[in-house]
Ligand binder design. Structure first.
Ligand SMILES: [Fe+2]
Length: 262
């Protein structure tokens, strides 16, 4: 398993997590900057979620605050986890409508570039759309399928997750927008993903599952949904049949250079 320099903070007996002031400052820097960058770039459903969550700017929110909003909208909640969790735990949580949040925040030195999902990524990136019933339904279904899947099947499911929940784009009457939380929590990728530099492909779950990715680079290709409701429809299709088809067909050649040996 991968290692991390980060340690998730523990709550006191009342469930309150006491972050040091320097960490609230990092949150403040990140949210202030990112709220500007997503203007005209994030999809409306995400912005609706941002409005519902009313995230504080000057401090890291407590998980209870997020839960109150998610519970009232879609019945989801966030679950406090250590920095890195096994796939099994990840799927167990999603299958019970709990989204994992590691209670640590990146350091000032890693403001722009972080491979490990911190509390800013999880809350700012993912929680707004968890207020949306279509997105919530897809994520829930995904968790249940992942829980029942074999190790090999999970690898294909992981690519589907990556190309939707993390790095998905969406066509809207106003133009192309972002819904993927991996993009929306990164200022650089928020701008880059909608530029002419990467390739945009119409969303096809089979193709998404067959597309390799690297977690440490800007994505060379993004899949574009015709509308967010497409995820809800997908949740009611036979996703595992698509996984098996993708396993038969195999992976596409990567559109990025191999990772340099460490
Ligand atoms: Fe994520």
């Amino acid at each position: 398993m991968k290692t991390t320099q980060y340690v998730a903070r523990q709550p006191d007996e009342k469930g309150f997590i006491d972050y040091p002031e320097s960490e609230h400052q990092v949150w403040n820097t990140l949210i202030t900057r990112q709220l500007k960058v997503i203007e005209g770039r994030a999809c409306q459903e995400y912005l609706d979620g941002i409005e519902q969550l009313r995230l504080p700017h000057e401090r890291i929110p407590q998980l209870d605050e997020i839960n109150r909003v998610l519970q009232a909208s879609t019945g989801w909640r966030v679950a406090r986890v250590p920095a890195l969790i096994p796939f099994q735990t990840f799927f167990e949580l999603l299958a019970s409508q709990q989204f994992p949040v590691a209670t640590f925040i990146r350091t000032q030195e890693e403001l722009d570039y972080l491979q490990e999902p911190d509390i800013f990524h999880e809350i700012f990136g993912h929680c707004p759309l968890l207020t949306n019933p279509w997105f919530a339904e897809f994520t829930h279904t995904y968790g249940k399928l992942g829980l029942a899947a074999s190790k090999e099947e999970r690898v294909y499911l992981a690519r589907l997750y990556w190309m939707t929940i993390e790095f998905g784009l969406l066509d809207t009457p106003q133009g192309r927008r972002i819904y993927g939380g991996g993009i929306l929590s990164s200022p650089k990728e928020t701008v880059y993903s909608l530029s002419d530099a990467p390739e945009h492909l119409p969303f096809d779950p089979l193709e998404a599952m067959r597309t390799p990715y690297r977690i440490d680079i800007l994505q060379p290709v993004y899949f574009v949904l015709p509308e967010l409701k497409r995820l809800f429809e997908l949740a009611h299709q036979d996703i595992m049949a698509l996984v098996h088809r993708a396993m038969q067909l195999g992976l596409h050649a990567p559109k990025f250079p191999p990772k340099a040996a460490a």
